[in-house]
Design a protein around this ligand. Structure first.
Ligand SMILES: [Zn+2]
Length: 114
């Protein structure tokens, strides 16, 4: 069904731009100290709705992310299709929760020695 694939593609691009907007909005709120959780929640709810529709489409097309619980390198279990670890915030990549993150963790050396 070409229609489903087309819908999936457009949902993915809408989702990506909404995630970017949400990120920008979050930074603005932080910068100006006007934190409005409800605005973020509204946008998050919208995104979760889009994700749910995408999951439905994936199920219909049989193209969903591989089943099985993946883990973040922090040890937290990742839900299927997760792009971020909800425990540590690390990016875990699209469509494959077990893909290694590109960024490496820089551990700060102990600065104080008496
Ligand atoms: Zn993590």
């Amino acid at each position: 069904m070409g229609l489903l694939r087309r819908e999936r593609r457009s949902l993915l691009s809408v989702h990506a731009s909404k995630v970017a907007e949400l990120g920008g909005l979050t930074v603005e709120m932080y910068r100006f100290g006007s934190w409005r959780s409800y605005l973020l929640q509204e946008r998050c709810a919208e995104l979760v709705g889009i994700e749910a529709r995408l999951a439905d489409i994936d199920a219909l097309l049989g193209t969903g992310p591989a089943a099985g619980a993946a883990r973040c390198s922090c040890g937290a279990t990742l839900r299927s299709g997760a792009q971020f670890c909800s425990n540590c915030g690390r990016t875990v990549g699209t469509g494959g929760a077990d893909r290694a993150p590109d960024d490496t963790i820089v551990e700060r050396p102990p600065t104080r020695d008496h």
